[in-house]
Design a protein around this ligand. Structure first.
Ligand SMILES: NC(=O)c1ccc[n+]([C@@H]2O[C@H](COP(=O)([O-])OP(=O)(O)OC[C@H]3O[C@@H](n4cnc5c(N)ncnc54)[C@H](O)[C@@H]3O)[C@@H](O)[C@H]2O)c1
Length: 238
């Protein structure tokens, strides 16, 4: 809680701790939030992800299924729980906006992303399924933002994160989106200027998801094939 507490103090914002897998905790979050804000909530960000399988270094072909349930519960089902609690309490204002953060590994395979890929697929699906109901009944929109790899606690748990970030950066015409860029994009989705955007998975990745191969990535890759001479003068390939 250290950093979050410091931020809350700086912003003079109340902090309400909750385990996102606990419906009771989420009920408290929404009740206390509407009390603290003096009315309904305009926007919510779900920024939660964790895989105990990744933490325990279990590979995707050797998953522990109890841990897989925890990954899915923490990283995806918590989003459904949050939405369901909010809707039952009618805690979100008409036209409100809800965003969850996701990653492109939900749709395409990335080495080392492990069971988080399955969690992100489920998360994006929940955004669509709940987005239909919440939009139809309460005018509340739900979207996911698919962010570039970013060096954070969750990010650094991914195998070869620094190389993945470098690869993504070289592949993206605009380069990787930073955490601050991500915050800016969230703000646009919370604003009234995007009031007709819902049930979307929106890529915020400098163009990465539409690329096949870039010149910068190709140049880097080609370097590994450069020929050089070993100590005996024999030509070898790197
Ligand atoms: N870092 C990246 O490269 C990257 C890329 C795309 C998407 N994302 C997503 O962004 C979101 C935020 O991750 P991050 O990169 O800031 O890492 P992070 O580790 O800093 O954030 C994850 C957060 O989840 C919280 N959390 C874990 N279990 C919880 C639980 N049971 N109840 C409540 N909170 C819980 C942690 O306290 C932490 O604040 C995640 O959904 C992540 O998958 C990250």
């Amino acid at each position: 809680m250290g950093e979050v507490r410091a931020l809350a103090e700086r912003l003079q914002a109340p902090m309400i701790p909750a385990d996102a897998t606990s419906v009771a905790d989420l009920e408290t979050v929404f009740t206390e939030s509407t009390q603290a804000l003096g009315g309904k909530i305009d926007f919510v960000l779900h920024s939660i992800g964790m895989s105990p399988n990744v933490r325990k270094k279990r590979t995707y072909d050797d998953l522990d299924y109890d841990l897989l349930s925890k990954t899915l519960d923490i990283s995806a089902v918590s989003f459904h729980k949050m939405l369901q609690v909010a809707k039952k309490q009618d805690a979100i204002a008409e036209g409100g906006s809800i965003v969850a953060l996701t990653y492109v590994a939900s749709q395409r395979t990335f080495f080392g992303y492990n069971d988080m890929a399955d969690a992100k697929s489920l998360l994006e699906s929940i955004a669509r399924s709940f987005g239909y109901i919440y939009g139809r009944e309460k005018g509340v929109r739900i979207n996911t933002i698919s962010q570039s790899p970013t060096l954070t606690t969750a990010g650094s748990g991914i195998k070869g994160m620094d190389h993945l970030m470098d690869f993504a950066d070289k592949m993206s015409p605009l380069g990787n989106a930073t955490a601050d860029d991500c915050a800016d994009y969230c703000v646009t989705l919370f604003s009234d200027l995007t009031r007709k955007v819902t049930m979307q998975n929106l890529f915020h990745d400098g163009g990465f998801s539409s690329m096949g191969m870039s010149l910068r990535a190709m140049n880097q890759y080609s370097k590994s094939f450069e020929e050089f001479k070993d100590e005996s003068g024999k030509i070898v390939y790197g």
